[in-house]
Structures are given as structure tokens and as C-alpha cells.
Design a binder for this molecule. Structure first.
Ligand SMILES: Nc1ncnc2c1ncn2[C@@H]1O[C@H](COP(=O)(O)OP(=O)(O)OP(=O)(O)O)[C@@H](O)[C@H]1O
Ligand SMILES: [Mg+2]
Length: 785
């Protein structure tokens, strides 16, 4: 490839000249030109008669117009030989011609001959040492850039990229791109004079790059202006609309502020709050009514005005009335009812006494939450319940700072607003289910809420002023104290609510649940017959719970069935033991569930969980192995350790129990505690584990009528445990007749006489006393593998 004389066999010696004013014509380029100068027209005419070739050369002096004389010295010496494609005579004189560049050439001399401007030409000395790779790379660069420019919408001409992508000839590519760039004559001329493809292409690439950058910036500027226009226009329109709507609604801004000022005077704010409200009103006055800030301020003021400043409901301190209400709503729960009556008595004598914070702890469905409600009713106070289950964020308690968009006060302030008085009863439900994470520890905030000394000045981040919570009666409820921190526990008066016995449940059903179910199913005044045996059946075989929630649900279900019978025109059904199945389906818990076969390695233990007492079976089995202890059933560390300790005790006393001590080396012991995936922990299964272990090593079955609980030490002593009542109730629910308890728990029983009449409680001090009772005669059935 050669630059310069492509498309021409040879450079002609001389050719007529056409000087171009503000364009440099490149080979391949097709350009229209207007010519009025006589000498040049003559040259064109002579060329047209000849080989149709002319020499185009740019003029250095651009200010000169073509009608003025162009001196030959004003012309560059390198130009382009072009062929004339068409000549059009213009009516007003002059010519319009269309030319296409063919090859570059240098004019050695330009002179006027026979009134024609003629150039003597020579070929350009061409640099033939081209690096093909470099050329290829430049071509690719140019093409990719052109593509990118098209994608981002900054193309130089509509078909620029399509045409370019089809070209392969470096010369053509260079000329094509150059013809599309906005170059000055000098720049173009410089490119024309470049002698190698390589340099030409890389220069073209650089120029194209510049062009791309410039047009990118242009585009950006265009977009920015467009955006800012749009935004401010939109805001303007919205504002106008808002103003129109407000006018329509008769809500004038000034009026609004006036109203607020009036309220400021009429509402009995606390001093600090009044000052803050005043400050915010005057800020609102100065803020543009439609601004974001004004909205935030208005929200805040709404909240402040909506709180029940100065509104305390009078307490009903009539002790007989309170007693009646408490009895009306709940059966039993004597200790709690007494505590409430004490409180009312104190209030009666000392009006401004301190308000206690009570915490009811006990299994589900035992009436903790509903008791809170009765207390409010007994005192004639408003009532609101906050559930803390799953609350992890401190700002749920304390509120968000006002700088947040959509900020709100915390749950306590919300509760006060909903309750509408400064002295409601607020139930803080599920205090034990409160969480903590990176957003802070809500229980720390609860410390302040639940401290009668501190909650006088409770600070909510949203309100930004302290708020007096000291007149509120807080009642917390929890299923277990374990997850409640010690400082929090210390601030409250803990009252434990225990599970109900079968008899209590029957009473609750008869006196309360049936009435309520009748009321809620529209059967008031109707005589629903639900026999005592049927209730016992519900309790024994359709539910297994410490409280009465399931029982309440079932009774409600029976009443719904009765309602249906009435609606369908039938007689009211009588619910009896033998037709319960018809209404509720087969019983969920059958006695066969309960292990009443005396078996080797299976022992009944009693556990105490957040859900009340539960009977769990501990299973042990021996299999040939190497003396390993395997523990399964989601056991916690403490429980694992008590299994270890029990095994050690068994090994240490192998002789005493006539155990073949080789078994400890030749067999693995597996202890499993079934009952779903419930995690189990605590030391109170010590004696149960030991009984199961000794049973498998001695082939002696365990008496299934017994259930037991007690911690064991390595000397075999039995230590005290917790949750006695719940555990005894669980044993009774499971049809157990004998319960083994640690001697050290004997004192716990003095309050429990009413639940002990149909169960035999045995107190033990030492493991041997347990084993003596539960391990039966050896059965020679071989159980070891
Ligand atoms: N002693 C009782 N007398 C009458 N009704 C009772 C008694 N105990 C519980 N109930 C009733 O049982 C239902 C469940 O009680 P509640 O919701 O108060 O249980 P809870 O102790 O708060 O349970 P949880 O720990 O699951 O929140 C309520 O309808 C309640 O009225
Ligand atoms: Mg509750």
C-alpha cells in the first residue's frame, strides 16, 4: 500500500489548480465546490476537455474570500489530485462542480499560464515502512471508539458507525474519519501531509478520542440542565397543587399556627414540654410551609398535642368492687389477687404512694395477660398492652430521633397516647422474649422504664423532653425468668403463676370458660350441657398443657357446633363423654402414649420448662463397643455432665449392684432423651439417668409407675430441684402414681396439699433409696448385643 498516488498510475506533470478556502480535500472524499474565479473556471474547462483531473490545494489565508485575488504564495504545497465528477453552470455565473479526491501530490511550483492557474506536480516521498500490527491496532481502536460513541448516542453522522465498520482500507478509514471531524484547515492539512498510514491512523484516533470526550461532556451538560429543570419544575407543580388543595380545604397555614398557639395555652403541658412545643411552633412559623422540615415539625407537634397531658383517670379504690372484679374474671390465683387488694388498700390510705411494678411468671395460658386486664378493670384505669416478643431495636422502646424521616416515638409513648391517660395499666407482655442486636439493647431501655425511681423522667428520643411514667402501673409477663437480666428482675416484684391441676381446670371451665364461649358464640341464655366427665376428657385426652388456653379453644369449638345445630333448626346437643369424639375428632393424647410397661433402661423423669412441667423418658441402651458414652436428644452441657456423673457413680458401685465390670470396657452406653427437638438442660435428671444406666447394666426393669426428679452428686446424694408443683402436675397428667423428690424439697410441698391427694410423693436423700424402689427383679432377657 502506498500513500499518495493510489488510484493513479502516475502523477501527471502538471494540472489546473483549484484553491479551496476552508476545506482540505482528502483522497476518496467527494466534495461540491463553487467556483467563480475566471482563471479557475478556465482551468476546469481545460481539465474537462482533457483527463478531468485537477489539483486541489487549500489556502492558508482563510479570511480571504474567493472573489479576492489569491496569491499563489498563500497556498500550501501539498494537495490532492481530484477527478471532476460533474459540472453545473450556475445561471448567475460561475460553476458548481463535484469532485472526488484521488491521490496526494506536491506542487513544486504554481503559476499562471494562459490565464490558467497551473501546478507542477511531483509524487510525495512516502514512508513505506509500516508496522501492519500497529495499523491494525489503530483501526480496531478507531472502530471500537466509534461503536461506543454510537451506543452513547454521540455519533458524528447517522451512518457513521455502519459505514466505518465495513471499511478495511486504512487510507479510506483515515480519510473517512477525518472528513467527519471538526478540524481546522491547519489540522487537516497537517494530517494530509503525514507520510505513513501508521502515524496518520494514530493521529486520527487521537482526534476522534478528543471529539468523543468533548461530545460526552456536552451530553452531560445537556442532561444536567434537563434534570435540574425537571426537578424544579416538578416541585413547583406539586407545591402549586398542594396550595390549591389546602385552599380548597380551607387550611390556611397562618390559621394552623394560630390554632397551635391556642392549644399551647390550653393544654396542661409539663414545663419542659411546653417550652419545647413553643420553640417548635415558632420554628414552624419561620419554615416554608411546604418544606420537608415543616412536615417533620407538624408531625412532632401533632404528637405532643395528642398526648394526654394532665389527664389522669380517678382510681376506683373500693376494695369490695376490686375483689368482685378479680373473682369475676379469674379462678384461683389467690396470691396475685391478694397482692392487688393490698395495693388498693395502700393507695386508699396514701394517695401519692409509689406504684409497684409486678412481673407475672409462669407457663402459657395460665392467665397472666388477662389478669393484667382485670387489674385495670378493678381499678377503673385505662389499659394498653405492649408485646416485646422479638423486639431487638432500642429505638422501639425509646423512639427514633426526630432527624429520621418517618421517625416515631417509642412503644411506651405510643401506649400512653392510645390509652389516653397518664396513669393507665400497661402490660409489658413477653418480657423474656426481648432480644438485642447491633441496633442496641432494648432491655437496657426497659431498665429505665421499669425503675420507679427513674421513670418519672423517662426520655423518649422523639419527644426530646422527659415524660413522667411514674403514674403508670406496669405489669410485665414472662414464661421464664432465665432470659431476663438480673438488674431487670431486681426492679420488679416477681409473682409466679403456676399451672393448674385437673380439678382447677374443671372449675375454670365450668365457672369461666363456658360462660365466655357462650357469650362469644351468641349462645347467651342458652343452657349448654357439658358434663364434668366430658370436660375431664377434654383436659386429659384432647389437651396436654399447664394452662387452659387449648381447653378454652376446645370449649369455644363445642359452642360453635351448638350454634350450628341451632341455626340448622336442630335441638341443642348435649356434650357427654361418649359423643365428644363426634364433635372434636379422636383424642390427641391417648394413655398408651404413656410408658406404663416396666422396661429395662427406660425411666420416667420430670422436667420443668418455660411451658410448665413435663414428663420425659430417659432411655439407655448397651451395645458392644469400647466403653464410649453416647448422648443424644438435644442435651445441654449440664445435662451431659450429669449423665457422665451418673455413669461414674454406676462404675464406682459396680460390685454393690452385681454388675460385670467388663461390660464398661466391652460395651458402649447410649443415652437418649426423646421428646422432639426441644433443647433440654439442667441437672435435675441426675437420678433418672442413674436409674436408667443401672437398669441396663443389671438387666433389672424399671417400675413404670414411678417418675422422679433430683440432682445427683458423685457420692450419690440427691439435691434439691426447682418447679416442684409443675413437675407433680406433669406426673399426674401422665398417669403416674408415685413421684420421687429430693428430701430437700420437702418444704415446697406445704402449700400444695390440694394436689397431693391422689399421688404418692416419696422423699429421698440418697440414690440408693431411689434404686431400691424403682429397680425391679432382674429379668434374664438378654438385652445387650
Ligand atoms: N384462673 C383463670 N380463670 C379464668 N380464666 C383463665 C384463668 N387462667 C387463664 N384463663 C384464661 O385462659 C386464657 C389464656 O390466658 P392468658 O392469655 O392470660 O395466658 P398467659 O398466661 O398470658 O399466657 P402466655 O404466657 O402464653 O402469654 C385467657 O382467656 C384467660 O382468661
Ligand atoms: Mg400472655
Amino acid at each position: 500500500m502506498e500513500i499518495g498516488n493510489k488510484g493513479l498510475e502516475k502523477i501527471p506533470k502538471s494540472l489546473p489548480v483549484i484553491p479551496t478556502i476552508d476545506v482540505v480535500v482528502f483522497p476518496h472524499m467527494i466534495v461540491p465546490l463553487l467556483v467563480i474565479d475566471d482563471r479557475i473556471i478556465k482551468g476546469i474547462e481545460s481539465a474537462a476537455e482533457n483527463n478531468k483531473l485537477i489539483f486541489l490545494v487549500a489556502s492558508k489565508n482563510q479570511t480571504e474570500n474567493q472573489s479576492g485575488a489569491i496569491s499563489t504564495t498563500d497556498l500550501y504545497d501539498i494537495g490532492t489530485i481530484a477527478t471532476i465528477m460533474r459540472i453545473v453552470q450556475l445561471p448567475e455565473g460561475g460553476l458548481k462542480i463535484l469532485v472526488q479526491g484521488v491521490a496526494k501530490a506536491r506542487a513544486t511550483e504554481i503559476s499562471a499560464e494562459d490565464q490558467i492557474l497551473i501546478a507542477h506536480l511531483e509524487a510525495l516521498d512516502i514512508n513505506k515502512e509500516n508496522d501492519e500490527q500497529q495499523i491494525e491496532a489503530n483501526i480496531r481502536n478507531i472502530k471500537t471508539l466509534a461503536e461506543k460513541m454510537t451506543e452513547s448516542g454521540q455519533t458524528l453522522s447517522p451512518d457513521f458507525n455502519i459505514l466505518l465498520s465495513k471499511m478495511t482500507d486504512p487510507d479510506k478509514i483515515a480519510d473517512f474519519v477525518v472528513s467527519h471531524l471538526n478540524l481546522t484547515v491547519e489540522q487537516s492539512q497537517r494530517l494530509l501531509e503525514i507520510k505513513s498510514h501508521q502515524d496518520l491512523l494514530s493521529d486520527v484516533y487521537i482526534l476522534l478520542r478528543k471529539e468523543a470526550d468533548v461530545s460526552e461532556v456536552q451530553e452531560k451538560i445537556r442532561n444536567n440542565t434537563r434534570e435540574s429543570m425537571n426537578k424544579s419544575q416538578k416541585e413547583y407543580y406539586l407545591r402549586e397543587q398542594l396550595r390549591a388543595i389546602k385552599k380548597e380545604l380551607g387550611e390556611d397555614d397562618a390559621e394552623e399556627v394560630e390554632e397551635m398557639k391556642e392549644k399551647l395555652n390550653s393544654i396542661p403541658f409539663q414545663e419542659e414540654a411546653r417550652a419545647e412545643v413553643k420553640r417548635q411552633i415558632s420554628r414552624l412559623e419561620k419554615t416554608a410551609p411546604d418544606s420537608m422540615e415543616a412536615t417533620v415539625l407538624r408531625n412532632y407537634l401533632d404528637w405532643m398535642f395528642a398526648l394526654p397531658w394532665g389527664n389522669e383517670t380517678p382510681d376506683n379504690l373500693d376494695i369490695n368492687h376490686a375483689r368482685e372484679v378479680l373473682e369475676e374474671d379469674h379462678f384461683g390465683l389467690k396470691e396475685i389477687k391478694d397482692r392487688i387488694l393490698d395495693f388498693i388498700s395502700v393507695r386508699k390510705l396514701k394517695q401519692d404512694g409509689f406504684t409497684p411494678i409486678l412481673c407475672f411468671v409462669g407457663p402459657p395460658g395460665t392467665g397472666k395477660t388477662s389478669l393484667g386486664q382485670s387489674i385495670a378493670r378493678a381499678l377503673g384505669r385505662r389499659y394498653h398492652r405492649i408485646s416485646l416478643g422479638g423486639v431487638k431495636d432500642e429505638s422501639e422502646i425509646r423512639g427514633h430521633r426526630r432527624t429520621y424521616v418517618g421517625a416515631m416515638p417509642g412503644r411506651l409513648i405510643q401506649a400512653i397516647r392510645k390509652a389516653g391517660s397518664l396513669n393507665p395499666v400497661i402490660i409489658i407482655d413477653e418480657l423474656d422474649k426481648i432480644g438485642a442486636d447491633f441496633r442496641g439493647d432494648p432491655s437496657a431501655a426497659m431498665l429505665e422504664v421499669l425503675d420507679p425511681q427513674q421513670n418519672k423522667g423517662f426520655y423518649d428520643n422523639y419527644l426530646g423532653v422527659s415524660f413522667d411514667l411514674s403514674h403508670v402501673i406496669f405489669i410485665a409477663t414472662a414464661n421464664s425468668l432465665e432470659t431476663i437480666s438480673q438488674p431487670l428482675r431486681d426492679r420488679m416484684e416477681i409473682i409466679s403463676v403456676e399451672g393448674y391441676t385437673q380439678e382447677e381446670k374443671i372449675e375454670i371451665a365450668k365457672k369461666y370458660l363456658i360462660q365466655r364461649a357462650k357469650y362469644s358464640t351468641g349462645l347467651e341464655g342458652k343452657d349448654i350441657k357439658l358434663s364434668e366427665e366430658a370436660i375431664a376428657e377434654l383436659i386429659g385426652h384432647h389437651t396436654r398443657e399447664s394452662g387452659v388456653r387449648q381447653l378454652e379453644r376446645l370449649i369455644h369449638k363445642l359452642c360453635s357446633k351448638a350454634a350450628r345445630e341451632i341455626v340448622e333448626g336442630h335441638d341443642l346437643p348435649e356434650f357427654k363423654l361418649d359423643n365428644i369424639i363426634k364433635f372434636l375428632g379422636p383424642p390427641k393424647f391417648i394413655d398408651e402414649d404413656i410408658n406404663n410397661h416396666d422396661e429395662i433402661g427406660i425411666c420416667n423423669g420430670l422436667a420443668w420448662t418455660a411451658y410448665g412441667g413435663e414428663m420425659i423418658k430417659i432411655e439407655a441402651v448397651l451395645m458392644s463397643g469400647k466403653g464410649k458414652l453416647i448422648l443424644t436428644g438435644q442435651l445441654g452441657d449440664v445435662m451431659k455432665e450429669s449423665a457422665q456423673a451418673a455413669l461414674s457413680y454406676a462404675r464406682a458401685h459396680a460390685d454393690e449392684f452385681e454388675i460385670d465390670s467388663n461390660l464398661f470396657q466391652t460395651h458402649d452406653l447410649h443415652i437418649h432423651v426423646p421428646a422432639g427437638g426441644i433443647p433440654k438442660d439442667g441437672p435435675s435428671a441426675g437420678i433418672t439417668m442413674l436409674s436408667a444406666i443401672l437398669s441396663v447394666f443389671t438387666y433389672r426393669p424399671i417400675n413404670a409407675k414411678f417418675a422422679m426428679t433430683g440432682e445427683l452428686d458423685l457420692q450419690g446424694r440427691v439435691m434439691a430441684i426447682g418447679g416442684v408443683k409443675e413437675k407433680i402436675l406433669a406426673a399426674k397428667r401422665n398417669g403416674i402414681s408415685h413421684v420421687i423428690l429430693p428430701e430437700k424439697n420437702k418444704n415446697d410441698l406445704h402449700l400444695l396439699s390440694e394436689i397431693l391427694h391422689d399421688i404418692d410423693v416419696i422423699f429421698v436423700d440418697h440414690a440408693n433409696e431411689v434404686l431400691k424402689r424403682v429397680l425391679m427383679k432382674p429379668c434374664r432377657k438378654k438385652v445387650h448385643a
